[in-house]
Design a protein around this ligand. Structure first.
Ligand SMILES: [Zn+2]
Length: 728
């Protein structure tokens, strides 16, 4: 097939790129372009290998080295560091160790213990960990091997008559092996298959995917594409059109009605699934998802669950489908059905665990579904962070494509429950989970920082992101909010997964505009947060205004009103709107309002600001009572943070320096003038140290965190110690 002939996969091999690379980089290149197409393999799924002749650093002799994609990571973004390297002769010698075991075969102790031995065959001090799929590559006597999870081939592999279909689609070119959990034994099964039929170019792996090989890397890449294309064409010839999934039973809601319902539904749903662990949501609404959730067959197919083990490790053995009529039934009735569905799902999950567990199985994991299917609305996925819920959504979308394709050519079947359990609760998987670093303080949390475009807000956004928070940066200026969010995404990355469009692509941070003097603007900002992440946890308000009086100490009435509107009414409106979401979620959280040391000190010249901050202090106390026991409310009272503060523009700094008789030159930079003023202010404090943005951000973070879980209704000053501002 010519590169331009492919209709169902993207042909991306560029000879001019490949020719400039060494053999290992060519493998990296091939892997990246295979992983770049979701129709070829899913995020994090599949692996590739090349057997490369290299000079042994120990002997100077030429040896064969198996370079194979290691454990973890993603083909699309893999670098050389993601590939393990093994001496071929040492790896092959492991077969005799395996054969000597008294009890061997799939799921035996010797099979799992082989994984530890791969490390002993490492070439070149490479720290990359070999995956359980290594024998699938090492035991195939061809130089290059691709193992992919393409939807079109999984569709064949997940069909009732998969063996016959493999023959019909691929003739004699590709063989078939029944489902077997990956490991050393599966490698031996494949090797045997190839021994019996040396002309085979690949194998369809029952319920799992595709593996194929060649002695040239470009030929291997092209073969992979050819086989996937062939399967896809066969499926499209049998497409059922309007009859897909038994035809449509329900109609989709329009975008406005859908979003209105989602904004109400998501926080409630998040609360329901987050009783032991908080989850972050992703809403997936595509034509193919809607075709599935609205269909006659959706309940039957959803119950069968996903087939490819890679898919269901994230999607769980099955999703929760709710039979709800979007045109005839109310939102309240949807919530009732979801609640009843969840109770049933959890008890089904516990029954599955009890029925399939072994004496040494790990304890039962969270019994909540990670995928919800709702007619008219689409798919809602949950994960420990945005990246994971996005990949979960991607995987179920791929599973939908597998079911559509499989039902077009045959009848879809899932993995037998015991097999699914033995993957989900595999001791090797458990060991991998145990090796993961502990979660950070704000992992699984959505933190909204208001005023994140500059000063304390921006420093706070950075501080909470460091603790693993999903940070919603908001500011009156959308541009400034987005700029802070971009800084965070540049540091922490957008995560894996490419599912969905628009807002569902959001990573660890987003930037949104908000005017806290306008209830409608607050409502719309919070609605966007709910659509992006499924809910809201901590809220930190740092937005504030200081309007300097004129030389006579006069402040116009409209500026007085504006000061109160931003410093007092704003935080009240934000709390009042967020309250609805917090109550719907029913999850404990916190609100921090930035007030000021000025709130406690009576002096001349800043009437409006000082009295507004005194009111804000009391707002903290009243909100603490109003929102208890769900939300802790505390105040952060900074004083004279000059560094990077929008409240200290150049002319205010200059007039303060003049007021205190501090010498300066007109030509000095604003930062240098600010430093002078900060040093002066520092001398007025008990600790004699300048007060920085980082000092404020640290306390904003601490008050929001569980470290202060027993503190509410309090104002914490971060002012270097001003005795006249002591609260009493
Ligand atoms: Zn696989």
């Amino acid at each position: 097939m010519k590169p331009t002939d492919f209709q169902y996969v993207s042909y991306l091999w560029d000879e001019s790129v490949a020719n400039q690379l060494d053999a290992v980089e060519r493998l990296r290149y091939r892997s990246n372009i295979l992983g770049a197409d979701q129709r070829i393999t899913n995020t994090g799924g599949g692996n590739t290998s090349s057997k490369i002749t290299m000079t042994d650093p120990l002997t100077g002799e030429e040896v064969d080295v198996l370079w194979v994609k290691g454990s973890g990571g993603d083909l699309r973004t893999s670098t050389r560091a993601n590939f393990a390297s093994l001496y071929m002769d040492k790896f092959l010698s492991l077969e005799s160790i395996y054969n000597k075991a008294e009890v061997k075969g799939v799921k035996t102790e010797i099979e799992d213990s082989m994984v530890d031995l791969y490390r002993h065959t490492t070439f070149g001090l490479n720290p990359a960990a070999s995956s359980i799929d290594t024998p699938l590559h090492g035991l195939i006597p061809f130089r290059h091997v691709d193992h992919m999870h393409p939807v079109s081939v999984i569709a064949i592999a997940a069909s009732k008559d998969q063996e016959r279909l493999t023959q019909e689609v691929f003739d004699e070119e590709v063989g078939w092996v029944p489902w077997q959990r990956p490991g050393f034994d599966l490698g031996l099964v494949m090797k045997e298959k190839l021994k019996q039929d040396p002309d085979l170019k690949g194998l369809v792996m029952g319920q799992h995917g595709l593996i194929n090989w060649a002695n040239d890397d470009k030929a291997c890449y092209e073969l992979t594409l050819n086989l996937i294309e062939k399967a896809a064409r066969y499926i499209e010839q049998h497409d059922k059109g309007d009859k897909t999934f038994g035809g449509q039973k329900y109609r989709s809601l329009d975008e406005k009605a859908r979003n209105e319902l989602l904004i109400k539904l998501l926080p409630v749903l998040r609360g329901m699934v987050s009783q032991s662990n908080r989850f972050i949501g992703t809403v997936q609404v595509t034509e193919s998802v809607l075709q599935f959730v609205n269909s006659v067959d959706a309940p039957r197919l959803a119950e069968i669950g996903t087939s490819c083990p890679d898919h269901f490790l994230r999607t769980k053995i099955k999703p929760l489908y709710v039979d709800w009529d979007p045109q005839m039934e109310s939102g309240e009735s949807l919530l009732e059905k979801l609640e009843a569905g969840l109770i049933k799902y959890r008890s089904d999950y516990a029954a599955y665990y009890e029925a399939c567990r072994h004496p040494n199985s790990p304890a039962m994991r969270d019994p909540n579904p990670t995928v919800f299917l709702i007619p008219g609305l689409g798919l809602i996925a949950w994960g420990k962070n945005k990246s994971e819920s996005r990949v979960t959504a991607e995987f179920y979308s791929l599973a939908i494509e597998v079911m559509r394709s499989s039902e077009a050519i045959s009848e879809y079947q899932g993995l037998p429950r015991q097999e699914a359990f033995d993957i989900e609760y595999w001791l090797l998987e458990e060991a991998k989970l145990k090796r993961m670093p502990p979660e950070k303080e704000f992992a699984r949390n959505v933190v909204v920082v208001i005023g994140a475009g500059s000063g304390i807000g921006k420093a706070t956004a950075h501080r909470v992101a460091k603790e693993g928070a999903h940070v919603v940066c908001t500011d009156l200026s959308e541009e400034a909010a987005r700029a802070t969010a971009k800084e965070l995404v540049d540091i922490y990355g957008v995560g894996i997964g490419v599912a969905g469009t628009g807002i569902s692509r959001s990573g660890p941070a987003i930037g949104l505009a908000v005017d806290i003097t306008d209830r409608e603007s607050i409502r719309s900002m919070l609605a966007n947060v709910v659509l992006a992440y499924g809910g809201v946890d901590n809220l930190i308000i740092t937005a504030g205004i200081f309007v300097p009086p004129d030389k006579q100490g006069y402040i116009p009435d409209d500026k007085w009103a504006l000061t109160y509107s931003i410093n007092v009414t704003g935080p009240y409106l934000v709390a009042d709107e967020a309250k609805k979401i917090w109550q719907a979620q029913g999850l404990k959280t916190s609100l921090v309002i930035t007030t000021s040391a000025n709130a406690a000190v009576a002096k001349q010249g800043s009437f409006a600001y000082d009295t507004s901050k005194a009111a804000a202090n009391h707002l903290v106390r009243e909100l603490a009572i109003e929102l208890s026991p769900l939300v802790r409310v505390n105040g952060l009272a900074p004083a004279t943070v000059v560094e990077g503060s929008s409240m200290f523009p150049r002319d205010r700094v200059i007039s303060s320096l003049a007021k205190y008789n501090i010498g300066f030159e007109e030509s000095e930079s604003t930062e240098s003038l600010r430093d002078k003023l900060a040093a002066f202010y520092a001398q007025r404090t008990l600790t004699k140290s300048p007060i920085t943005l980082a000092d404020q951000a640290e306390v904003a973070y601490l008050l929001s965190s569980n470290k202060f879980s027993k503190t509410t209704g309090q104002i914490i000053s971060v002012d270097g110690g001003l005795h006249e501002a002591f609260l009493r």
